[in-house]
Each structure stands twice: as C-alpha cells, then as structure tokens.
Design a protein around this ligand. Structure first.
Ligand SMILES: Cc1ncc(COP(=O)(O)O)c(C=O)c1O
Length: 357
C-alpha cells in the first residue's frame, strides 16, 4: 500500500535520483582518490584532528546517539539546525507555486518564510484566545488543502505547549491529508510532553529537534528530523551531499554522551528555576500587564500601552525581542532567560520603568 508521504511528494522529487557523493557511494579500498580531496591534511593552528576528507554522508553515530537520547526506534536524520529541517521538509513535500502549508500564528516565522521563498501559499489558522490555544478543528479543515502542517510545541514566541491530546486529535484528523510537523525546538524545557513516541503510531507525524536551545550549541548548527521511514526515504533524497561538518559531529557526540546529557539536564533545571523566579518578579511589577506562562527558555510579557518596553530595555543595554509588529502581540516583548544575574538586572531596570497613570 502506498504511504501518505508517497501520495504527497511531487512527481519531480519521486523521480529524482539522489546525487551520488563519494561518501554516499562508500565502498572499500586502501588509497582513496575518488573525491578530489587533499589526500594529506594541513594542520592549521596545530590542530590534532584532520579535516581533509569529506565527512560521512549521514553521520550514523550522531543519528543513533540522538535516537537513544530521544528514546525512539524510528529513523533520525541529523541536519544543520532545525531551520534546515523546515526548509528540507517543505522542499521534499511541496511543489513550488502549487502546494500549500498550514501554520498557526503567532508562531516561528521560518515556516512561512520558506514557503514564500518557493512561491507556496501559507494557510493561517491563528491560535485562539489569551492562552493561545490551538484551533485543532480549524487545522484539520485547512490540512485538507495542504501538504504540510507546522505545529510548534512549545511555541515560539508565545511559550506555551500543545498538549499531546491536541496533537493526537490533529494527527487523527489529518492522516489522509497532510504530514504534521511538530517543531520541538524547546522541548527539553518540558521533555515529558514530547511527541516523538507518537511517530510509531502515526506515520504522518514528523518531529523536528535542535541542539541550539537547551543544549547550548547554537553555533554548532545541529538539528534532527525524526520520522517514519516512508517520510525519511524522500527527505534523504534531497539532503545535501555532506550535511554535517566533522567538527560539529565531534561536539554533538560529546553533548549526547552520558556526561553531556547529565550536564544539559542540570543546566535545564537551573534555567527553569531562574525562569520561574523571573516570572514571579515580573508579576509584581506595575508596568507589566501580563506574563504568559512559559514551557521554554523565554518569557513573553505584555505591558500597558505607553513607553515601549523594548526600547526602554535597549536604552539600558538589554536586548530583547520586540513582538509588537504582530497585531496579536501588541505591546509584547519576548525575553530570553539568561543567568540569574542577567535576569536580576532586567528586573532592576524594569523597576524604574515609567508607569502609565
Ligand atoms: C521554534 C523554532 N524552530 C526552529 C528554530 C531554529 O533552530 P536552529 O538553530 O536549530 O536552526 C528556532 C530558533 O529560534 C525556533 O525558535
């Protein structure tokens, strides 16, 4: 029986024969002269490691270390950040100028950006009410016209989580229509709520992860796609010949080791404590109209209309993210949780914020 993925993927991708890079072809031998690499390394800065050979086509050790961490047996693909995952999934499953995606604003802007760049229409099913709840029925309806649905959980910039029950509702309602991509960039801050284990049951589910947030490896550029084989077979056709630099893979393997994961877990707990302290302090400040609950390493706050909070913090050297351009987020600022001392400084500056009478 043909999979949903196979029925959605454009003919042009189906027919595409992946580029046969030297590492993809593999093989065995003693003298490797097949990839136009430099056969012997030049050791810049006295580095011990050699970088003259192209890296693995797909770094299997990285993928299997992540599989173990995620507690899944479904295929895992390492990519250069969750942003590459978004772009790759759209290019695999949507035909430029023809197919559509569904997003639930306010949410991460890259889903719509990638679709726009390929002349694809984005159907918007806004989050509803003060709690930014998912309109699951609206999403299911819109998915009938689309190939991909992007859900962000926990969501950037609102900070809230979509419950597993809601995700299952969407998966059930879309299983004949669209692939549902759940972007779990911030899931380490609410790990028990992750959707990865649902892939075994719902082959129309794809989960995106990143090491840029809780793992603190934003500069390494490493993300992951977790998906059923029926989906991954097509994604692997479009992946660039050598997606992951060796230098990144080395750091990633250290982060995914037992010691690395313990460090991440401890650090995440500390960050959550700082966040919860920060939220408590914000709630006592007269300039803050609302603090949105957060399942992430940032907090969305709404001020009373008046002097722009973003500009005020900037004047004091504190750079946050202004969200006011979005009509659903008027007077809102997103503040990343940093060290305890940075957050104390933010609170101290906000204590002198001019209050509206
Ligand atoms: C929801 C969400 N998805 C994906 C990304 C991109 O992450 P990466 O650094 O792995 O490309 C971000 C970065 O801010 C994000 O907030």
């Amino acid at each position: 029986m043909s999979s949903l993925a196979a029925s959605l993927v454009p003919e042009v991708i189906k027919k595409l024969i992946p580029y046969q890079s030297a590492r993809r072809i593999g093989g065995s031998g003693r003298v490797w002269l097949n990839a136009n690499e430099l056969e012997f390394p030049i050791h810049f800065d006295n580095q011990a490691k050699s970088y003259n050979r192209y890296p693995d086509f797909l770094p299997h050790d990285v993928a299997s270390a992540y599989q173990k961490y995620a507690g899944v047996e479904t295929p895992v693909l390492a990519v250069r950040g969750a942003d590459e995952a978004i772009d790759l999934l759209i290019r695999t499953f949507c035909q430029p100028g023809k197919d559509k995606i569904v997003v639930c604003p306010p949410t991460y802007a890259m889903y719509e950006f990638c679709a726009d760049a390929l002349a694809m229409e984005t159907i918007k099913v806004p989050l509803v009410g003060d709690a930014f709840d998912l309109d699951s029925q609206g999403v299911i309806q819109a998915a009938k016209e689309a190939n991909l649905v992007f859900l962000c959980s926990p969501n950037n910039p609102t900070g809230n989580l979509i419950s597993q029950a809601e995700i299952i509702k969407v998966l059930e309602g879309t299983q004949d229509d669209a692939i549902v991509v759940v972007d779990e960039a911030y899931i380490e801050f609410e790990l028990a709520q992750n959707a990865a284990s649902l892939i075994a049951q719902y082959p129309n589910l794809v989960v995106i992860r990143t090491l840029s947030k809780a793992f603190g490896l934003a500069a390494v550029r490493c993300g992951f796609i977790l998906a059923d084989k029926s989906v991954m077979d097509f994604v692997a056709k479009l992946i660039p010949p050598y997606p992951m630099p060796d230098s990144s893979a080395t750091v990633v393997l250290a982060a995914l080791s037992e010691t690395g994961l313990k460090q991440v877990e401890e650090n995440t707990q500390t960050l959550i404590s700082t966040r919860d302290w920060f939220i408590g302090e914000l709630k006592n400040l007269p300039c803050i109209a609302h603090v949105y609950p957060s399942s992430t390493n940032f907090v969305l706050v709404r001020t009373h209309s008046g002097e722009d909070l973003f500009a005020y913090l900037l004047k004091h050297g504190i750079v946050t993210r202004n969200q006011s351009h979005d009509p659903a987020l008027r007077n809102c600022v997103r503040i990343t949780i940093g060290s305890q001392s940075s957050m104390e400084e933010v609170i101290s500056v906000l204590r002198s914020y001019p209050t509206q009478s």
